[in-house]
Design a protein around this ligand. Structure first.
Ligand code: MTE
Length: 391
């Protein structure tokens, strides 16, 4: 492809790659702050990092070293297991103060669920107008196995009072925000907290992929809300509050919302984002990959929307700008709240300029061709376009 044929979107992708290379160079030669991780760091303080996509899609379960990290505090809080207590309060009959061993006495549930940041693929919004924040490519997502007590079991022991509408989570981190320090917080509707027939609801997890949570992922305890954007799964969890309203914490009340402006906004009017959307990406090849005329084998991930009855239905891939689509084969397990992997072989001709991926789930939700720009760069799930060069 000649330079004059590059679209603005292609340029953004290309600059993303360049930036990645620069970042890797910047951190190489320095002592890594998170030596157990194999990630591209967009910042070290706070740690914000995503894996290279070809590593991300190697297995259905994402190894912890390839699991993205999204934190807001410069430093992870250091919490000793012995002094740790989870406070459960608000509209409950019996407020609780639970140690880790108290939490282990509840029936332990292990489930696999995909966690994804609302800002995944944010960098692609810049084709239409600058968005701030971490310039995530498509790696702010991972699929892990999580173990802990069901929030519903803990709330049942506390005795939820009538009038309860939302459950708040409060983190023990300390984030500089508008001249003071706050913890990260969230809330979820009581119906999600308590779960249902096919949905355990939320978990209070102490283990990820069969090992205690690492510091980056919230040691010693985090909430895990399958189907919801990552921001509702609060790390370093210190408090659960049952309330008749949504949390007033900044990260629920004014961040993680779909808005066109960031000034003079009626924040309450823009509701919080809860569920994530159907999404997909190519992982096997980077933007700008050189392909030979003939056939190319591609692979990637696909996520159904965040409902307990949503499953991936179809992934289609085009190498001729949408004139023809080939259905991809799905691999990995087909479970609620989990991604699947996909692979496909498509023709490459002299005219191939990009690979386009779109997907649909069993509830009929689909990736739109374009997603309206929003000021904070959330929920980018438009057709995934990978610019390529044909040699
Ligand atoms: N919890 C706390 N206490 N502090 C945080 O900064 N970041 C949230 C969420 N929980 C955050 C948090 C966001 S935005 C995301 S996407 C997920 O954690 C990321 O989880 P991970 O770092 O384990 O991948």
């Amino acid at each position: 492809m000649s330079v004059k044929n590059l679209t603005r979107r292609d340029m953004i992708w290309a600059s993303g790659i360049l930036l990645t290379a620069v970042r890797q160079q910047t951190v190489s030669g320095q002592q890594p702050s998170h030596p157990e991780k194999d990630l591209i760091y967009w910042s070290q303080e706070p740690p914000n990092a995503e894996p290279e996509l070809d590593k991300l899609i190697q297995s259905w379960i994402t190894p912890t070293k390839h699991f993205y990290v999204r934190s807001h505090a410069k430093q992870n809080p250091v919490i000793g297991a012995d002094e740790f207590r989870l406070q459960v309060e608000g509209l409950v009959d019996r407020p609780l103060s639970l140690s880790l061993s108290d939490l282990m006495k509840f029936p332990q549930r292990t489930l696999t669920a995909t966690l994804t940041c609302a800002g995944n693929r944010r960098a692609e919004f810049n084709a239409e107008g600058q968005v701030g924040g971490v310039q995530w490519q498509a790696g702010a997502i991972g699929n892990a196995t999580w173990t802990g007590a069901a929030l519903a079991d803990v709330l049942q022991q506390a005795g939820v009072q009538s009038g309860a509408q939302h459950v708040w989570f409060e983190g023990l981190d300390s984030i500089e925000h508008q001249g003071s320090n706050i913890g990260f917080g969230a809330s979820i509707p009581i119906e999600k907290a308590m779960g249902g027939k096919d949905d355990v609801g939320a978990l209070l997890v102490h283990a990820m992929n069969g090992a205690p949570l690492t510091s980056d992922h919230g040691y010693p305890l985090r909430s895990l809300v399958p189907g919801y954007i990552g921001a509702r799964s609060v790390k370093w969890l210190g408090k659960v509050v049952v309330s008749d309203r949504t949390s007033s914490n900044h990260y629920l009340a004014t961040a993680y919302k779909l808005v066109q402006e960031t000034q003079d906004i009626d924040w309450a009017e823009a509701g919080p984002i809860y569920r994530y959307l159907v999404n997909a990406a190519v992982g096997s090849h980077p933007a700008g990959a050189e392909l030979a005329v003939g056939e190319v084998q591609l692979s990637g991930y696909v996520l159904p929307s965040g409902f307990s009855n949503a499953r991936v239905k179809q992934v289609w891939v085009s190498s001729d700008d949408g004139a023809h689509w080939t259905e991809a084969e799905l691999t990995g397990e087909n479970q609620a709240f989990c991604w699947q992997l996909w692979k496909v072989s498509v023709p490459v001709t002299r005219d191939t300029r990009s690979i386009i991926v779109r997907a649909q789930d069993s509830r009929g939700a689909f990736m739109p061709e374009r997603v309206p720009w929003n000021a904070k760069g959330y929920l980018q799930n438009s057709w995934f376009r990978l610019p390529v060069k044909v040699s």
